[in-house]
Ligand binder design. Sequence first.
Ligand SMILES: [Zn+2]
Length: 250
Amino acid sequence: MPLTLPPEALPIGAARWAELPSSFGALPKLTSWLAGLSHEDQRAQSMEQLWGYVHHQGDVYDLTLWTVPHVLLATEHATDDTDLLAYAASVLAQREESAVPESLVAWCVDNVVRLAIERLGSGGLSDEDVVALLAASVVDVDRALAGRLMLEFTGEELMGTCPVCESEIYIWPTDEGLAVSSDDPVGKPSALRPVDAPASLTTPSIRRLVSLAALAGAPRIAEQLQCLDARTPCPDCGETVHLLEAVRAY
Ligand SMILES: [Zn+2]
């Protein structure tokens, strides 16, 4: 069913856009960026401006949230909508209280999850795109994890904090799954210790991520993500910690 802009959304021509604060004050070109989203030849540039000025370094203002329905609507015309979905999911994952109607936010969440799941099933995606879409696919049930995956998972370590001794845990993706270390593995790769995959997945968001990664034809990412549900010795104090809990505690 084609997406249509919900009645609570702020239309592109609304005068109110000019009154909404951003990190950069007034953004006189904002409405032209939004209009550019529906044109194939302007979309990439519009998205660059939105990432740079409206969702700068993860900032989420009311203004930022108001842009999301328009970005989602643009997926209707886009041949490659991964960046659009990543933007929408990143804003929704990092949102705080706002004056934007909850019903509109809920519409955005429902659609970003649905579109990300559809896209993951369509194949032909890079690992980076798979991770961005996976993060988007759990923005309804696990915003904290969605945000962390989006920012840190692709080709980087994921940081955790041991809930027992409170030391930092470096969590690294490997070809077989994940490995942990109490020191930065860049300087000390020998300190990395592989994490045993859990016998079963107990966290619903991890279960969803693992089955969608498999659906997307990304078995290595599925193996890495399932290890987030593992209980493994803290590399510092040796107490058993649930890796996802350590990621949340960071
Ligand atoms: Zn510890």
